[in-house]
Write a protein that binds this ligand. Structure first.
Ligand code: ZN
Length: 298
């Protein structure tokens, strides 16, 4: 698709959408068809930058007709994902081969041209990182995200294309962790597990709706990635531990090894408790018998 063609399609869509706005309901079908067509049309970062298409269509994402509004916001999300994936891919390639022979460069360029020619016949995006192992992981993320389309049913209009989002998550990971490092693999396992978790449909839906961007996803802790039910279970354990600890005051020991910072006496009682993960040191809670001052340390 050329820049001219894309521009024309955007203009047609704006025209149809404006007609709907002034009450010409019969133009709605045309507008929706154009959105669908645009969604199916493969685009490149270069094309999007040349045409400024996302900016042109942005106001339609607030159109009074929800079909148009959600359709266009989904389309723009797809485009954003395309740009993210492409930018990451480019950066990764630049980092990987800092010094290229001119000959190799030319070869790379012709390959890139081939891709552009090939892409219009490919309906959904396929990962193409040049590393089969990375591609495999990206495909797995795409498949996990594609489940959402079945889960939300008719509300799928505002969602981005799963394959594009999956690819940009993998690309973002590769970039953030500097290759297929240990951190990359650990994060991949955590993200993949939670995206596929049958009790956690919210996470994959939020990722596909753009509420959680690929970059934000990478910054979430495993607890934040987890389902609500898992979070509640963790909270329950924490509460239980607190209660146990309060009830278990008899297990307190008295010692003179701590000095109260308030009154300076050494008459204290203390107890220890595991407040963090099991492999970290316990937290010690100290109470001064003289002035009732309390403090804790790890
Ligand atoms: Zn004291």
């Amino acid at each position: 698709m050329s820049a001219e063609e894309l521009k024309t399609m955007c203009e047609k869509l704006i025209k149809a959408a404006s007609a709907v706005e002034v009450g010409k309901v019969d133009r709605l079908e045309r507008a929706v068809d154009l959105i669908k067509l645009l969604k199916k049309t493969p685009v490149t970062m270069k094309l999007l930058m040349e045409t400024d298409a996302a900016k042109t269509l942005k106001r339609l994402s607030k159109h009074s007709n929800t079909q148009i509004a959600t359709g266009v916001s989904g389309l723009i999300k797809n485009w954003k994902a395309t740009v993210t994936a492409e930018a990451s891919k480019q950066e990764a390639q630049e980092e990987k081969k800092p010094k290229l022979e001119i000959e190799v460069k030319d070869e790379d360029k012709s390959k890139a041209d081939e891709e552009v020619v090939k892409s219009p016949t490919t309906p959904a995006a396929k990962p193409n990182t040049g590393d089969p192992q990375r591609d495999k992981l990206a495909v797995s993320l795409c498949e996990a995200l594609a489940v959402v389309l079945g889960e939300v049913g008719e509300d799928a209009d505002g969602l981005a294309e799963p394959s594009l989002v999956g690819i940009s998550i993998e690309a973002a990971m590769f970039r953030k962790f500097g290759g297929m490092t240990k951190e990359y693999k650990a994060k991949y396992r955590s993200i993949s597990f939670n995206l596929k978790d049958s009790r956690n449909p919210d996470l994959r839906r939020k990722v596909l709706s753009g509420d959680i961007s690929p970059y934000t996803l990478l910054t979430l802790s495993s607890e934040e990635l987890g389902s609500d039910s898992k979070r509640e279970a963790n909270e329950a354990i924490r509460q239980h531990m607190m209660r146990e600890c309060e009830r278990g005051q008899t297990t307190q020991s008295s010692t003179d090894q701590f000095k109260c910072g308030k009154c300076g006496q050494r008459k204290t009682i203390y107890y220890q408790m595991q407040t963090r993960s099991a492999d970290e040191p316990m937290t010690t809670f100290v109470t001064c018998v003289n002035c009732n001052n309390r403090w804790k340390f790890c």
